[in-house]
Design a protein around this ligand. Structure first.
Ligand SMILES: [Zn+2]
Length: 238
């Protein structure tokens, strides 16, 4: 075994602050669980050199979440942050049904250039429904059902991602405030509700391909994402 059996508890449950305490440096208002650093190492990548952390969060003990860090985050403000949920089908298999791989690569490149910054890679495949359910939903989509209705036919929520672990990781890394790389206003709201000081939003605009266009259009029309390059495609296609 190259990993130690005991990991270090780095973040104990937070102190609750009053609702009116909006100070930018504290993530403590949310009731966050304990976080453990399982491993940490430098990681050279095609996008730049990072420090990679493996975290385990008590509320999701089966998941190994990652932080891919560029530069020194401790005490830093307005840090570029991507919170990216695992997408095996696009990132490993090269699926064209979504743009997750392109968004991840954009974020790693952006953050390497705008250092310090961080990508938090959360192991919540398929917007949190898991790989099996995601592939079941793809089967329905291949028969013409859109991503939202496919989930509903399977009795699953539209989006079951959670961000408590991300808030705890940011606290551990000493980040004071962030600029979030996202097109999803609900992600900004979810982080703020956990006490993360989101001071700006950086759009991640990936040109749709023939397979991803329908999915991205659904994100705009049914999931409130802001994707101007897809809005145009929507008008053209309709
Ligand atoms: Zn994806």
């Amino acid at each position: 075994m190259h990993l130690t059996a005991r990991s270090e508890v780095v973040y104990a449950p937070a102190i609750r602050h009053g609702k009116d305490d909006m100070s930018e440096s504290q993530y403590g208002r949310a009731d966050l669980g304990s976080l453990h650093v399982e491993a940490r190492s430098p990681l050279p990548t095609r996008h730049g050199s990072f420090e990679v952390y493996v975290f385990r969060y008590d509320d999701e003990p089966e998941k190994e979440h990652l932080a891919i860090v560029s530069g020194n985050l401790r005490g830093a403000s307005d840090v570029p942050l991507r919170i990216h949920s695992e997408c095996l089908t696009s990132e490993v298999l090269g699926s064209l049904k979504c743009d997750c791989r392109e968004q991840l690569e954009f974020a790693l490149g952006y953050i390497a250039k705008q250092s310090p910054g961080v990508v938090l890679y959360l192991r919540q495949e398929g917007r949190g429904i898991g790989l099996t359910n995601k592939i079941r939903a793809y089967a329905l989509q291949s028969q013409g059902v859109d991503t939202v209705d496919a989930n509903r036919q399977l009795g699953l929520p539209d989006d079951s991602r959670r961000y408590e672990s991300a808030a705890a990781m940011l606290e551990h890394l000493g980040v004071r405030s962030v600029r979030l790389l996202t097109n999803n206003p609900e992600k900004v709201a979810a982080l703020r509700s956990l006490g993360v000081a989101v001071r700006g939003q950086v759009p991640v605009l990936i040109e749709p391909n023939i397979h991803s266009r329908g999915y991205l259009r659904t994100k705009v029309v049914r999931m409130n994402h802001s994707l101007p390059q897809v809005a145009g495609a929507y008008t053209d296609a309709e």
